[in-house]
Design a protein around this ligand. Structure first.
Ligand SMILES: C[S@@+](CC[C@H](N)C(=O)[O-])C[C@H]1O[C@@H](n2cnc3c(N)ncnc32)[C@H](O)[C@@H]1O
Length: 317
């Protein structure tokens, strides 16, 4: 594929900047030399029967994940990081957190867990027999104790930047880092639902800003970022937007087309993304009457009707 702004290659080579391999990630991985990749970041299939996956026995799922993870670790640079983003496997209403299921694989491969980042979001399915899931997990591992980590590009504003030391030799000076504070290990980032500017036909895209945080803190300019389960191309997009290089594999041709178009648009600067610094939308600040409960100021005898939704619906149709 040759395009206007960037060449999106189909095979890995050090001369490329963006590679979308059309096929199984194990084939792509076999073509990547040892230690070539600075950051592996991915969200693998969760084995929950999404349209792009066939549900496997759990032990077969773990076996396949082990195969891919082992190869990813081989391609990872000694100073590199691996971020595996997962949610829950669900069977008959019971959940199995995939990070705990997969952790032994990373441990056996001698990776060091640096953070278990909670990615919190506010929208999703409403569960009726358990609490609705509103977070997933990013397991961030490094290959060694000597790893690339730069906090400055991902700092966030402090709550009280005007705070000063009130005693000691620095009394009267501002106590905060002017570059901001650490984002910590709980990240609230809107997930890509239908009204998100980045939404494509892919059912479970990463938000670009989520991956940009990892790219900016764990890689340097021109480093390679690898996503073995590329989907709509978000990991490569985050890499390209930040002057890095990106490579991924995707088995579904429709998603590869979406990925290639988005990578092009990102390279040309025309891809619409939700910027990393934007505060999470708070509808209360938007002046909409939808944020005011219609039952406020109603007499208590009318409020009781809310305990019986079907009656309420009939009465207020
Ligand atoms: C959870 S989605 C990843 C979505 C991605 N994070 C994004 O931002 O669009 C997993 C993707 O992996 C693809 N996939 C599944 N098995 C694969 C394999 N063996 N090799 C390459 N891609 C695979 C699926 O088609 C799906 O698009």
């Amino acid at each position: 594929m040759f395009e206007r702004g960037i060449k999106v290659a189909r095979q890995f080579s050090h001369h490329e900047r963006a590679v979308v391999y059309p096929g199984d990630c194990r084939e792509l991985l076999a073509a990547i030399p040892n230690g070539a990749i600075q950051l592996v970041v991915t969200s693998p299939p969760y084995n929950i029967g999404k349209q792009y996956e066939s549900r496997l026995q759990l032990n077969e799922y773990v076996r396949q994940q082990r195969e891919v993870i082992t190869e990813c670790v081989r391609t990872l640079h000694a100073q590199g990081s691996l971020c595996w983003q997962v949610g829950n496997y669900v069977e008959s209403g019971a959940i199995i957190p995939l990070d705990s299921l997969l952790y032994p694989i990373f441990h056996e491969l001698d990776l060091k867990l640096r953070n278990r980042i909670i990615w919190h979001f506010e929208h999703g399915l409403h569960c009726s027999r358990r609490l609705s899931g509103r977070y997933e997990v990013i397991l961030w591992f490094t290959k060694s104790d000597d790893y690339i980590f730069d906090l400055d590009p991902i700092r966030v504003p402090q709550k009280y930047p005007g705070k000063k030391y009130f005693k000691g030799p620095k009394a009267g000076q501002y106590s905060c880092n002017p570059l901001g504070k650490s984002p910590g290990d709980v990240w609230t980032v809107p997930n890509v639902k239908s009204n998100h500017v980045e939404k494509t036909d892919h059912p479970c895209q990463f938000p670009v800003e989520l991956i940009e945080r990892l790219v900016l803190s764990l890689t340097r300019v021109d480093d390679w970022v690898l996503d073995p389960f590329l989907g709509s191309g978000t990991s490569i997009i985050a890499a390209i937007r930040q002057g890095r290089r990106g490579v991924g594999a995707e088995t579904v041709s429709e998603y590869r087309r979406v990925a290639a178009d988005r990578i092009q648009a990102a390279a040309e600067g025309s891809l619409r993304v939700r910027p990393m610094q934007r505060a999470v939308f708070d509808p209360k600040n938007a002046g909409s009457n939808l944020t005011t409960a219609p039952w406020l100021n109603r007499p208590p005898e009318q409020l009781r009707i809310f305990e019986q939704p079907s009656k309420y619906r009939r009465a207020h149709r």
